[in-house]
Design a protein around this ligand. Structure first.
Ligand code: ZN
Length: 82
């Protein structure tokens, strides 16, 4: 009996079904810029799971906000970072 791994979108929490229109994003401390690639079962444990374009946009937006907050935290105002 095979053990099936439940995979959910790391943005919205949707569960992955049979259709393979999902994407993967690079995770971890090396996430210095948003990088996405096609689904690869080998990389499931080390990647961010994205269910579609809308969640990819949300992930990119979150990345921009995180980076802007880091710049503001480093002493710059938001206006200086534009
Ligand atoms: Zn999603």
């Amino acid at each position: 009996m095979a053990i099936e791994q439940k995979i959910t979108c790391d943005v919205c929490g949707a569960e992955r079904k049979e259709a393979n229109h999902w994407w993967m994003g690079e995770a971890g401390n090396s996430f210095s810029s948003p990088k996405f690639h096609e689904w690869d079962d080998i990389l499931v444990a080390t990647s961010i799971h994205i269910c579609g374009e809308e969640c990819a946009h949300a992930a990119i937006s979150a990345w921009f906000c995180q980076r802007m907050d880091a710049r503001v935290g480093a002493g710059r105002t938001r206006d200086e970072t534009v």
